[in-house]
Design a binder for this molecule. Structure first.
Ligand code: SF4
Length: 258
């Protein structure tokens, strides 16, 4: 199985369909994974297979690495469209996350003011006010919510600590629209359980949650690469489009990556 582990702390740039030229910022350790979820579809692999003793990068390493990379790209005439916090796990777990966000904004303003700032987060830390405050500084605050079924989340996203779906919905609503919900849709089976979250029993309560959260937009996506476990299947494009239509009917913008 091939998995993707990013260099730390700066990787890319990557040409992304959704984001344009994206320079990645990985606040997780080099050569391993560190996440508060252990999703069975994770492109980085399962947590237990990707453990590392490498440390988290310091704030100085992130900021200095970013400056150096932006200066090198500038000499080639490349200006990133977006600086994206992502990589080998969950960026908000970094103990200096708010400070790093502030310092990256300063570098962005000085060296590539047109670049947007994006983050891909699993949202497990958003009950912490300081994390919500830091996330408000992102142009694209992209937060994972695959379903609102606790059993499904337990089987598929596999939180590694406290996770309460109702609390998550309440905290997501606190962003007052300054968030984009990212949802993985798929079919198949894992360890004898269906992992199909495109059926009505999942979609109806998910739509109710979106109506409460009122995000700026929703991104629906499905499996794109090999997964660390077998038995998972891409969601049907027609099912994804049907869910997207129902999200649009709530007045929420939605994109679909089949
Ligand atoms: S939240 Fe993201 S990084 Fe963490 S296990 Fe899930 S897919 Fe992987």
């Amino acid at each position: 199985m091939s998995t993707i582990i990013y260099d730390s702390p700066i990787f890319g740039p990557i040409h992304s369909r959704r984001l344009g030229i994206s320079l990645g910022i990985n606040l997780l350790p080099e050569g391993g994974k560190f996440c508060s979820f252990d999703c069975i579809y994770c492109e980085c692999g399962l947590n237990k297979e990707r453990r590392t003793k490498n440390p988290l990068p310091s704030a100085d390493e992130v900021v200095d690495g970013l400056k150096e990379k932006l200066q090198a790209l500038g000499q080639e005439g490349i200006v990133p469209d977006v600086l994206t916090f992502a990589g080998n796990g969950e960026p908000t777990l970094h103990p200096h996350f708010p400070e790093i966000v502030d310092r990256v904004r300063e570098v962005r303003d000085a060296l590539c003011p047109s670049a947007k700032m994006s983050i891909l987060s699993n949202a497990t830390q958003i009950r912490r006010p300081e994390i919500r405050e830091a996330l408000l500084h992102f142009d694209n605050n992209i937060l994972k919510l695959d379903t609102v079924s606790p059993i499904y989340i337990y089987n598929v996203d596999r939180p590694q600590g406290h996770y309460d779906v109702e609390e998550q919905i309440e905290c997501l609503a606190l962003f007052r629209g300054h968030c984009i919900i990212q949802t993985m849709l798929m079919r198949g089976e894992y360890e004898g359980h269906s992992v199909d979250n495109t059926g009505e029993e999942y979609v109806a309560p998910y739509l109710e949650a979106l109506a409460r959260i009122k995000p700026k937009a929703v991104m629906l996506y499905t499996l794109d690469r090999e997964t660390p476990v077998s038995g998972l299947l891409k969601a049907e494009p027609a099912a994804m489009q049907a869910i997207a239509e129902r999200i649009r009917a709530l007045g929420i913008e939605v994109s679909v990556s089949c």
